[in-house]
Design a protein around this ligand. Structure first.
Ligand code: NAD
Length: 365
């Protein structure tokens, strides 16, 4: 079959240790003079230190929660309007960047956040320029048009070009304070993005290359970053892996492991990366084919079994949940049903219905 694809990556990316020092210049280069920085409570002190050096930071919103809620977007939007800003910067993990992306999309025209969330009205045509500054190495949100926001218990992944950051500033030094367990969760999230983008039914050649390199970098550096958080070379490679992981799935989208991660996060409260990793080695075995063997050989592994074993070993090293009994009282029927009906399951290269998913989860007893 003739090869055809459309590749697009509109985010300007500034990568490097110390690149955060160029934030002020970057804000000015967007033509902005008053920006709102979105962060979480943990990062507020660091953002206040930035504010002392960057007069263009007019306001700070620091109430982002993990699994961010729409009410955070609404509060950030109100602050953006009150402070009369003309740009939004998100400094944090995926929760923060996704809140900042949604805020940038609606604040300029003061659109109704809930109506946009529910799809009852389109996102406005104009938005604020937005800079994404990741402080974890995992989600790749800095290069995707995705914002994952919850409203009550409903967690929604909204895919819309309006969420594309204008610029990503990726400074690996910002990640040295990430605690070991979060380092592992987020690092395995990057691995999941790369593998799922690669085996997605909509995979394409440029994304595939990003995926292979991201998997190689994670295998080589995640354990070191986990054991020795101050190792800047490992942190640098993991930040690059996360960025490439984002580019791997941005167009092809993710598949089975991500579909399963939604009920695992909603009903069993696993953090996003841990929820994706929970079934990732199972899907490596389920989706094993010639293409996946090729990826394994290109990253120096003997084959798909070794890849699955390496993922499981990383999870065990950090004490992440790997079995159904680790989850507590599991409603297996509901788990399999919710995973089967998630739209991303349709993207998995091997068809997985409720019965097949039940079998997969049962094998994790
Ligand atoms: P997170 O943003 O929820 O942060 C996890 C924890 O790490 C928080 O307590 C935070 O304070 C802390 N933290 C962040 N940076 C730190 C640092 N430098 N030092 C110490 N602690 C730090 O976690 P995450 O895994 O980065 O993001 C998860 C969210 O991103 C989920 O909501 C997930 O659904 C979403 N996501 C979005 C995309 C996308 O493309 N938009 C992709 C994957 C995941």
């Amino acid at each position: 079959m003739a090869l055809e694809f459309l590749y697009r990556q509109p985010v300007a990316i500034r990568f490097g240790v110390g690149s955060i020092d160029q934030l002020g210049e970057a804000i000015r280069s967007l033509g902005a003079s008053r920006c709102l920085v979105v962060c979480d409570r943990f990062l507020r002190t660091r953002v206040e230190a930035m504010q002392r050096k960057i007069p263009e930071i007019a306001a700070i919103f620091s109430d982002v929660e993990e699994n961010p809620q729409l009410k955070g977007v609404i509060a950030a939007t109100a602050l953006a309007r009150e402070a009369n800003v003309d740009a939004i910067v998100g400094v944090g993990g995926g929760s923060t960047m996704d809140t900042a992306k949604f805020t940038a999309a609606i604040a300029r025209e003061n659109a109704d956040a809930l109506a946009c969330f529910k799809g009852e009205m389109p996102f406005p045509k104009t938005r604020f320029p937005m800079i994404a500054v990741p402080t974890t190495a995992g989600t790749g949100s800095e290069v995707t048009q995705v914002s994952v926001i919850s409203h009550g218990k409903e967690k929604k992944t909204i895919n819309n070009p309006v969420f594309m950051p204008t610029l990503a500033i990726v400074d690996p030094a910002l990640t040295v304070t990430v605690p070991p367990r979060t380092t592992m969760n987020t690092g395995l999230d990057a691995m999941a993005h790369a593998l799922e983008g690669y085996w997605s039914k909509h995979h394409q050649p440029i994304s595939d290359l990003c995926a292979i390199e991201a998997v190689r970098l994670v295998l080589k550096n995640l354990e070191t970053a986990y054991r020795d958080g101050a190792n800047l070379a490992a942190r640098e490679n993991m930040s690059l892996a996360a960025l490439l992981g984002g580019m791997s799935f941005a167009l092809p989208k993710t598949a089975g492991s991500h579909a399963c991660s939604y009920p695992l996060s909603e009903d069993y409260h696993l953090p996003h990366g841990e929820a994706c990793a929970f079934t990732l080695d199972s899907f490596v075995r389920i989706n094993a084919d010639e293409r996946l063997e090729t990826l394994c050989h290109r990253v120096g592994l003997s084959g798909t079994d070794e890849l699955a074993d390496r993922i499981k070993a990383l999870k065990k090293l950090a004490g992440l949940k790997t079995t159904l009994s680790d989850l507590g009282n599991v409603d297996l029927d509901k788990l399999a049903r919710d995973a089967a009906k998630h739209p991303l399951m349709g993207n998995n290269p091997v068809a997985m219905d409720e019965a097949a998913l039940r079998n997969m989860f049962e094998a994790l007893k």
